[in-house]
Design a protein around this ligand. Structure first.
Ligand SMILES: Cc1cc2nc3c(=O)[nH]c(=O)nc-3n(C[C@H](O)[C@H](O)[C@H](O)COP(=O)(O)OP(=O)(O)OC[C@H]3O[C@@H](n4cnc5c(N)ncnc54)[C@H](O)[C@@H]3O)c2cc1C
Length: 210
């Protein structure tokens, strides 16, 4: 586990200040949240056009990053994207997400989460969706925050045997890269998944001890 932690990027506060969202969390809580609200009795907020507009305004490339079930344009593309993130490799039934956001960096995650939190919109995070327990199935609908595009190896400190990666770097990719330097990453749970998923599920396997 310690070794897995070593190779996964820490989602710490970004060093650079984030661009300000058009709606601060306080503003959303005070005003805009009144216009959302899920089904009667639901503890979750609904995804409304104004929520989607706020989300789009915070993202650097919304056209490539955000797909909404009820988008007036490119509905087919959105539905395909949503289908892909509605299940994992478990036997559990697929969920019905309303919207998927592809984060490309830590800052994107920090843009999406406060808004969802302020609107009480459920968020399901996923990396490569190979989990066997249904953890990445959006069983409450809402937003899927996909980290699938965060697939860069960021840093390697040979002295400290520390490699820093984004969550969707797969085991095979990391091992190909490390092999050139004479190293390998031993955790091998049988799925060639993202290191973020390995960490989150506490993945192990035959070549390592938890
Ligand atoms: C054929 C096969 C064999 C397997 N054998 C083993 C085995 O022997 N031992 C073992 O331990 N496991 C085994 N697994 C399970 C394996 O560990 C998981 O598939 C893998 O860890 C999930 O990674 P993922 O990136 O696909 O995660 P996902 O499926 O995307 O997500 C899994 C969970 O982690 C959360 N999550 C994902 N990424 C992040 C992140 N960056 N930050 C916060 N939360 C996150 C999700 O919300 C979800 O709850 C096996 C899986 C398969 C398909």
């Amino acid at each position: 586990m310690h070794r897995i932690r070593q190779v996964v990027q820490h989602f710490s506060a970004p060093a650079v200040p984030l661009p300000r969202s058009p709606l601060s969390c306080e503003e959303v809580s005070a005003g805009a949240v009144k216009e959302v609200g899920g089904a009667k009795g639901s503890k979750y907020g609904a995804i409304t056009p104004s929520f989607v507009a706020s989300l789009k305004a915070t993202l650097p490339s919304p056209a490539e990053q955000l797909f909404w079930r009820h988008a007036p344009e490119d509905k087919e593309v959105a539905l395909e994207e949503l289908e892909m993130v509605s299940m994992d490799r478990s036997h559990h039934s697929a969920g019905a997400p309303e919207l998927v956001v592809y984060a490309s960096c830590t800052e994107d995650i920090a843009r999406v989460l406060p808004l969802c939190s302020a609107h009480r919109v459920p968020v399901t995070t996923r990396t490569t969706g190979t989990g066997l327990e249904g953890g990445s199935i959006p069983s409450h609908g809402g937003v899927v925050l996909s980290l699938f595009r965060m697939n860069k190896i960021l840093d390697f400190n040979e002295e400290e045997l520390m490699v820093t990666v984004q969550p969707a770097v797969r085991k095979s990719t990391l091992n190909k890269w490390l092999a050139k330097k004479g190293f390998f990453f031993p955790v091998d749970p049988g799925s060639d998944a993202g290191l973020g998923g390995y960490t989150s599920t506490g993945a192990s396997g035959t070549l390592s001890v938890k």
